[in-house]
Design a protein around this ligand. Sequence first.
Ligand code: SF4
Length: 397
Amino acid sequence: MKKSLYFYIEPYVYIRGCESGIILINLLDDKAFTFKDIQSIKIGLSLLSSPKRTVKIAEEDLQTPIIIVTNKNFMGDIVSASSQPLQFYSEINEVSGIEAYRKSVIYSKYNIGRFISNCTIFVDMANQDCRDYIKCITGVESIPDNSICRVLSKMDKNDIDLYINKLVDINPNMTLNICGINCHLLDYISEKHPAVTINPILSLRTLKSSPELCDFIRQNKTKYTLLLDLPCDKSDIFIKDMIHSIYVKITNEEDIYDANNLSEIGCQIKSCPVLTSDNIDFIKSLLSISNDDLLNIDNKYRTIKINNLINSNFWGKIYVFPKGKVCYSLASDYIIELNQLYDTYKGDFLNGTFDWTITRNFSNCRFCMFQYLCPSPNHIETYLRMKGLIKCLMTKD
Ligand code: SF4
């Protein structure tokens, strides 16, 4: 019987491609190769659509870049056979979907609540700190259009007690960031809930205007997160030794320079790019990535798997607003009543279809070979895409 040549890739090789290119990644040593010539793309796409994961090639195809590179790097081979051979299933190439999510996110019915690891409680939505923090998280100067962020209501002591009790019932180890708080309420919460991990989020403006809050932090050695709005706040940062982390609003190059200087004095810095009316090019440059950035990612298996299944920017976080309203992400319209939080969350978590699992599924990205190497989409990228201001993050050479 006449034999033909068949090309295959090893099960430890990730392959993804579209009409404009094919990427192969050896998941054992992280080496990655892209191919943009017509014949390599044709062979790669045939391989991707083959139910047997092998593709018949002609003698002259042996000189095609994808075949030469694959052979040279032990990522695949050619066999001569009289019928089309079958290659092993490659788990990484089939990692999306609810079954993969359920297999990868290991949970039991007793620990589902533990996945909510970080909750921000907005005590008083009229307090400027809440609005500044929302800006830092969403990266947009204007407050999100959803109803929840725009209602200027506040919590009283009873609300706060009730909410904290409900939250720690779900996960006793949850970190509670408290934003829009005054000294009196911080004192009350610390006394009433000594076993809970509380992280007050305070702007320098609030600390400056409230000596009693500063005294409280010093005396009780309360770790807090500082919200810093450069350049107006850059001259004096105080109670340094009690700072847990600093969220620095970044709107231009100079802010980056100042934020780098802060990290040199030993502060844990989270840079928060914020889009204003005149810095779109700067923000785009911060989001921008290059071909090499993606090809040089360490542990690509982990990156691809995570980016296929969850959104690493949103995973594990919830936000609680006055009147017991809860959401999984700040730009979302999906609001849960705190009273039903656990049951609703449990359903969402098991179904895997909620903000925590929003992956890179934009129309431009869906068929791109870099879809799951590019980072999980964050608020600011989603906002720019919604406004038609960005199509692709790969704008660097
Ligand atoms: S942003 Fe989208 S289109 Fe651009 S490289 Fe990443 S996945 Fe591809």
